[in-house]
Design a protein around this ligand. Structure first.
Ligand code: PEP
Length: 251
């Protein structure tokens, strides 16, 4: 019912030659995994290049960020409709690196989510707690605040095509991974929060796990009933490791 999504967040990585060999490798392997939807999220400057490399494939394209509105005096920013025009289907919203390093607060993240939907993009809303918040027993409160702020501003109908990525901040780029049981507990909590607003959307919405997902831990995470794929940073920069994760998606 929910087609698993394996998404590669390349962050600020990649030269054109590295990207060409990475895409060649992913294109070669992707047809072996038709039960997974595969998505790559390059930097803004590489989107058009990757879009051309992906033509005649089923691999999806997304951006890592967007700004509000369609155009205007916002030096350095890119709008959702520019991303749609260039061939993006998805966009990340609220990645923890944006919340922390670029000071994106709950309201801006919610505005960006709404702007993505308005532009015809599928937002991947990233939410997750820090190590301190988990240790204080605040995980559910943080997740709830991050989700409710978006539901209040954008409305639950805006979640129909959306994806949520649960990314514990302490697991991103650290080599630490949530155990399958820890991740499943939060995923189930997220689905239950959504179901309080809309049962159908809760049942069909994909919730990805992100945070040091690698070929050797992917199978046990992806086997969990509420984990519908992965948002992968480091391991998405090698076609071999990215495809090994795709191979772990349950059929
Ligand atoms: C991410 O950037 O969303 C991420 C999960 O990174 P990593 O896989 O490197 O932890």
């Amino acid at each position: 019912m929910r087609k698993p999504l394996i998404a590669g967040n390349w962050k600020m990585h990649g030269s054109k030659s590295q990207i060409q060999s990475l895409i060649d490798g992913i294109k070669h392997g992707a047809p072996h995994y038709p039960h997974a939807e595969i998505l790559v999220l390059p930097t803004f400057v590489h989107l058009d290049y990757v879009h051309n490399l992906l033509s005649h494939t089923s691999i999806q394209l997304g951006a890592q960020n967007l700004y509000l509105g369609t155009q205007g005096a916002f030096t350095g920013e890119v709008s959702g409709c520019m991303l749609t025009e260039i061939g993006c289907q998805y966009v990340l919203v609220g990645h923890s690196e944006r919340r922390t390093l670029f000071h994106e607060d709950l309201n801006l993240v919610a505005e960006k989510f709404k702007a993505a939907v308005t532009s015809g993009l599928k937002p991947i809303l990233c939410i997750g707690e820090t190590k301190d918040e988990r240790e204080r027993g605040d995980t559910e409160r943080v997740i709830s605040d991050q989700l409710q702020s978006v539901i209040q501003l954008a409305g639950i109908e805006a979640f129909r095509e959306a994806v949520i990525a649960y990314e514990p901040v302490w697991a991103i780029g650290t080599g630490l991974t949530a155990t399958p049981e820890q991740a499943q507990a939060v995923h189930a909590f997220i689905r239950q929060l959504i179901s309080q607003n809309h049962i159908d959307i809760a049942n069909t919405m994909r919730i990805l796990y992100g945070g040091s997902m690698k070929p050797d831990n992917a199978a046990s995470l992806l086997a969990m009933p509420d984990i519908d794929g992965g948002l992968i940073g480091g391991a998405s920069l090698s076609a071999e490791s990215f495809l090994k994760i795709c191979a772990e998606v349950p059929k």
